[in-house]
Design a protein around this ligand. Structure first.
Ligand SMILES: Nc1ncnc2c1ncn2[C@@H]1O[C@H](COP(=O)(O)OP(=O)(O)OP(=O)(O)O)[C@@H](O)[C@H]1O
Ligand SMILES: [Mg+2]
Length: 409
């Protein structure tokens, strides 16, 4: 999935403002532009600031998640992308096209061809079969029945509902109905999927399953997805990048790791406290230079070379870790008169890959031994100090504590 900054930009919002009220371009906009907060603008002008100075870029094949509390402007933002909302100021560009400049049939065509939309409430037609619901958008486009059914069935197979093509919506569970919603969006094979709280009505287990399925489907289809949720866990789970909104403004944009490890504000940190840190922080973010034990080292030299580190690995000829030296083992071996490095080594250490999450190695870290981070060929690429894992997992909690002190004391 593309997250690099030079990847092709498919959706761009550039300093977008959306004011609701009788005179959106009047004083309310001026005040919002001067940096006045949503509530103050509302108090002064009786206009509601839906979005204020919102800018972000979504790259091709990226899953970009907008996360925020109710009323933060998420739906307003996604609706500007297909011009369900006119904007008050700024620019919205989708695949090189200035969306605001479109209207009438060209706008309809643009929406149909470029974008599929999935909503929180599945909005299926109750009297149409699953396959007819799936192909509804294609029908509107004037595509004939046999072609429509072929594409609809392909989309239904993608979401695992091929066998239910001729069922009626009422015969499906909520999760299945939501899958029909996804199939309907996929049937026209749009480049962009706009998903507003698409999984929010589902119970947690089904919801996770849907998230997994969507990620699996998209690993293949490589759609650009703009996904809205008020659930940070969901955002961090499925997003390549996450944009956090508050009171109509963007608070932070970053990868899940960035959001968790470097929350831009106390507001973000507060959100983050509910999240299980270890699940998304990867080993490569915490590991240190491998600094293996130099060949030919004596036990004493080995001990000295450790410094503050929990331990150092001894490599074989291929660069793979074969043993580990810790200070405690070295001191113990020296105390019984050993001088050979081998006497202080142990081989019962744990190895993991750089993409592994901290949760996966948490139990191993509990043994207090350093963990070897190895590449696909088993060569040592990093040394993971168990104390750093614990620290990393506690760091955001500290941030939140600081934030609470700032606010409440
Ligand atoms: N059509 C409208 N007319 C007036 N105000 C609106 C309109 N649509 C949205 N708003 C206001 O704009 C702000 C942002 O609303 P929006 O629907 O974008 O929030 P949201 O983040 O999607 O919230 P939720 O999680 O509840 O769906 C809110 O203050 C809302 O009251
Ligand atoms: Mg909404």
């Amino acid at each position: 999935m593309a997250t690099s900054t030079d990847a092709e930009v498919i959706i761009e919002l550039d300093s977008v403002y959306k004011i609701f009220g009788p005179q959106p371009r009047g004083r309310a906009l001026q005040l919002a532009k001067s940096g006045m907060k949503k509530n103050d603008v509302q108090a002064a002008t009786e206009h509601v600031v839906g979005m204020t100075n919102v800018s972000f870029k979504v790259h091709r094949a990226e899953t970009f998640v907008i996360m925020g509390l109710s009323g933060s402007g998420k739906s307003t933002a996604i609706r500007t992308v297909n011009k369900l909302h006119d904007i008050t100021d700024g620019r919205v560009i989708v695949d090189g096209v200035d969306v605001q400049a479109l209207s009438g049939p060209p706008l309809q065509q643009f929406r149909r061809e470029k974008m599929g939309m999935v909503f929180q409430h599945f909005a299926l037609f109750p009297h149409r079969s699953v396959i007819d619901n799936t192909g509804y958008g294609l029908k509107v486009q004037g595509i004939d029945k046999s072609e429509r059914d072929k594409k609809s069935l392909e989309a239904l197979n993608l979401v695992g509902l091929g066998p239910f093509a001729h069922s009626m919506p009422r015969e499906l569970s909520g999760g299945m109905q939501q899958r029909v919603g996804l199939a309907r969006a996929l049937a026209a094979d749009p480049d962009v999927l706009l998903m507003d709280e698409a999984f929010s009505a589902l119970d947690p287990l089904i919801r996770r399953q849907m998230q997994d399925e969507m990620m699996a489907i998209n690993a293949e289809l490589q759609k650009t997805i703009l996904f809205i949720t008020h659930d940070l866990n969901e955002a961090l789970r499925i997003g390549d990048r996450v944009c956090i909104m508050k009171d109509g403004a963007v608070v932070q944009i970053g990868t899940p790791e960035e959001i968790l490890t470097r929350p831009a504000t106390g507001y973000v940190a507060e959100f983050v406290q509910d999240v299980d840190q270890g699940r998304v922080i990867k080993v490569l973010e915490v590991m240190q230079e491998p600094q293996p034990v130099v060949p030919g080292t004596t036990l004493q030299q080995g001990l000295e070379s450790l410094g503050e580190r929990a331990g150092a690995f001894v490599l074989d000829d291929a660069g793979c870790p074969r043993a580990v030296l810790t200070a405690a083992d070295a001191v113990r071996a020296a105390s019984v008169g050993s001088t050979e490095l081998e006497a202080g080594l142990r081989t019962d250490f744990t190895s993991c890959g750089p993409e592994c999450t901290l949760n996966e190695i948490y139990a191993a870290a509990g043994r207090g031994l350093p963990i070897a981070c190895v590449d696909d060929s088993g060569r040592l690429v990093g040394n993971l100090d168990p104390r750093h894992i614990m620290e990393e997992m506690g760091r955001v909690e500290n941030l939140i504590d600081d934030f609470e002190r700032e606010v409440f004391m």
